[in-house]
Ligand binder design. Structure first.
Ligand SMILES: [Zn+2]
Length: 118
């Protein structure tokens, strides 16, 4: 998948609102965050991207998740290298309809809640 389509699908999924909504959240999504880093083989695919606020490693949720890697991995915001494909790793994100929910992300820009998860 190309970068443009991946970004479009993730932006549609998020409705322009930050999907991580950490304690540092600024609200509006401005950045793509790779769950599995590009340098570790992470693809431009909706299952591997989160629409987040902030910039890089510094501010907002993008900064928060990189500065709190243990929590970020526990929440599925970051996927460690050498594990399974991000499409198989659930992540806790925030949506208008679900609030914070544990979901699987697919490559069509959709998500499905993990059965039994709060
Ligand atoms: Zn945020």
């Amino acid at each position: 998948m190309n970068v443009t389509l991946a970004r479009k699908l993730v932006r549609e999924r998020s409705a322009g609102l930050c999907e991580v909504k950490s304690p540092w959240c600024e609200g509006r999504a401005t950045n793509w965050s790779h769950r599995l880093a590009q340098g570790q083989g992470g693809l431009w695919a909706p299952s591997n991207g989160l629409d987040v606020c902030g910039m890089g490693n510094a501010t907002g949720c993008h900064g928060y998740l990189h500065q709190h890697p243990t929590r970020a991995e526990a929440e599925g915001w970051l996927v460690p290298p050498g594990q399974t494909d991000p499409i198989d790793v659930p992540t806790r994100i925030h949506t208008i309809t679900l609030g914070h929910a544990l979901v699987f992300l697919d490559d069509d820009g959709c998500l499905s809640t993990v059965r039994g998860a709060a």
